[in-house]
Design a binder for this molecule. Sequence first.
Ligand code: CP
Length: 304
Amino acid sequence: MLKDRHLIEPEDFTVGELQELFELGDRIIESPEKYSGACRGKLLATLFYEPSTRTRFSFEAAMLRLGGQTIGFSEPGSSSVSKGESIGDTIRTIGCYADIAVMRHPKEGAPLLASKKSVIPLINAGDGGHQHPTQTLTDLMTIRRYKRRLDNLVIGLCGDLKFGRTVHSLVKALSRYDNIKFVFISPNELEIPPHITDKLDKDQFEITQNLEGSLGKLDILYMTRVQRERFFSEDEYLRLKDFFLLNAKKMEKAKQDMIVMHPLPRVNEISTDMDTDERAVYFEQAKMGMYIRMALIMRLLGVE
Ligand code: CP
């Protein structure tokens, strides 16, 4: 039962609970009209202390498509946070008005802290360079739909693997399934952190800087942008930002059924000449985000 629970990191839900969520997501995709009144009378609060397009809009769209309503802020300057209110007091107050809340915050651990004070289900919509569990639900839903499985896969993760919270969450989540191999492709400076690889078997992953040389063995390529907002030095960002570029020419080296995913936003790491390649699924992935968030809201609120 997911009713009244928080979602702060991917492991908060068991593999079985995730499976039930994906199956509800499948049913919503099949017949969205059946769910158009599922959350009538319910209110979702979106607390975004950091910019977002996909996560905030997909949560809002999800709640509206379920017949519920939304309130919230997209930048903290317009709330009493700017007067110095603590995150605990903010979430206690939001719990007086809304039935469920979503929080994005630049500080790692802020949604966890808030969840300790929250009287309503709280969903982490991304905390600093740490975790982004609903992007992971989106990613797993996308992989299931295109590859028809969540096991026996070779996945390449390319770009900023140091600061990329979507990567950290996805690796943690996928490593719970059988026979998953990871190829971590990044410049040395943006390598996957040891706290992620420490939990993997040594023969379960490789680390490389070679994108083209890796393409032929991948079932999935998960591209990410270099996270400018997490760099201490602009010069360092400028030096690394264009390290990888995936384009149509390089894709000739990839398997015919390899899919290209990206949590978006993209900056320069995927050329627009890729967008017509049917293996490029990143906009479909963004759409999956809305459906799986519909399923998540329903389950946390305990509505059918
Ligand atoms: N993928 C993702 O988190 O995008 P936004 O930052 O636009 O929400």
